[in-house]
Design a protein around this ligand. Structure first.
Ligand SMILES: [Zn+2]
Length: 316
């Protein structure tokens, strides 16, 4: 059985075996980070030039078919070793880090990014790695390989939302079992929060939310980003319902910003691969980005209404 210590050992060994990897993680220690207040919350902005490929990745079907998939075993760097875990996963060290310890956990087979039947795996992964936040970027929500299923994980204590969520004003539905689900709107983001010590119940709650999320045209599942972390015996889940892949001002021209928000950015760590963007991005830009890509309060309130009915019916 894989334990967190095995994963930490893998990271150390990969640094020794793979010089480029160590260079990239050393460079991460020197990159610039600044904090921007949004009033009720704050975000960190990270200038990370190595993430330019991810932020500018073309994720349309034609582009995906033309490129070799970087998560498939046969196309990965020869130095990259993985730890087999769970039903069909490998735990890998991410060669383009955002976190001091950054993992990618792909399926061993080339199957699409679809969370529905894998949410319970995400909870198990978070319990296996309590020093990490496990995250999931849905297709058109920050995943640069939407054709190959993968989770990611990064160190706890870095994403602002991990500390701030308790202070957000929220409407909460408490369940008799001690679990709860709630909705909050913070700085133009809508965010579903869930907590439970019961894996099955949390999976069922996620299923209820999943079924209520509208699924846009040409996407294989409702748009979302997920963050999960584990403080024994409690899991905390953040679900950011999304309506859009990238903001209207996404780009590299004058007046545009190269920001492609995924779970990390929604959690308050905004990645800018271009230094010019890092210098000029403002609190308004970040609010506008959140507003454009997040589900608006009208739809979320409708979801809440339906969720109350479902919970009452199922008597969860
Ligand atoms: Zn693949």
């Amino acid at each position: 059985m894989v334990r967190q210590d095995d994963v930490l050992r893998l990271i150390e060994e990969q640094f020794q075996e793979w010089p480029v990897l160590q260079e990239r993680y050393s460079a991460l220690e020197r990159i610039r980070v600044k904090e921007i207040s949004l009033g009720a919350a704050y975000v960190k902005v990270q200038f990370n030039p190595e993430r330019v490929l991810s932020s500018s990745a073309r994720t349309d079907c034609a582009s995906l078919e033309q490129r070799p998939c970087f998560l498939c075993d046969t196309n990965r760097p020869k130095e990259q070793r993985g730890l087999p875990w769970g039903r069909d996963y490998q735990i890998l060290v991410n060669p383009y880090p955002i976190f001091p310890c950054h993992l990618t956990i792909p399926s061993i087979t080339h199957v699409p990014q679809k969370i529905h039947s894998r949410f319970a795996d995400m909870l198990e992964l978070a319990a296996l790695l309590p020093a990490f936040v496990v995250f999931y970027n849905g297709p058109e929500c920050g995943a640069s390989a939407p054709d190959h299923f993968h989770f990611q994980a990064g160190n706890r204590g870095i994403l602002p939302v991990e500390q701030e969520w308790k202070g957000f004003e929220k409407e909460i539905l408490c369940l008799s079992s001690g679990a709860w689900v709630g909705i909050t709107f913070c700085c133009s983001r809508s965010l579903w929060l869930m907590q439970s010590a019961d894996e099955l119940e949390l999976t069922r709650l996620f299923g209820l939310l999943y079924d209520l999320l509208p699924c846009g045209r040409n996407v294989s599942e409702p748009r979302m980003n997920l963050l999960v972390w584990y403080d024994q015996p409690w899991w905390t889940v953040c679900l950011f319902p999304r309506v859009k892949h990238r903001p209207s001002f996404y780009g590299t021209s004058e007046g545009e910003l190269l920001v492609s928000p995924g779970a990390v950015d929604m959690g308050g760590l905004v990645i800018t691969p271009l230094e010019r963007d890092f210098e000029r991005i403002s609190s308004n830009d970040i609010r506008n980005m959140y507003k454009e890509v997040s589900m608006d309060s009208f739809w979320v309130e409708r979801m809440l209404h339906e969720l109350k009915k479902s919970i009452w019916k199922q008597n969860v």
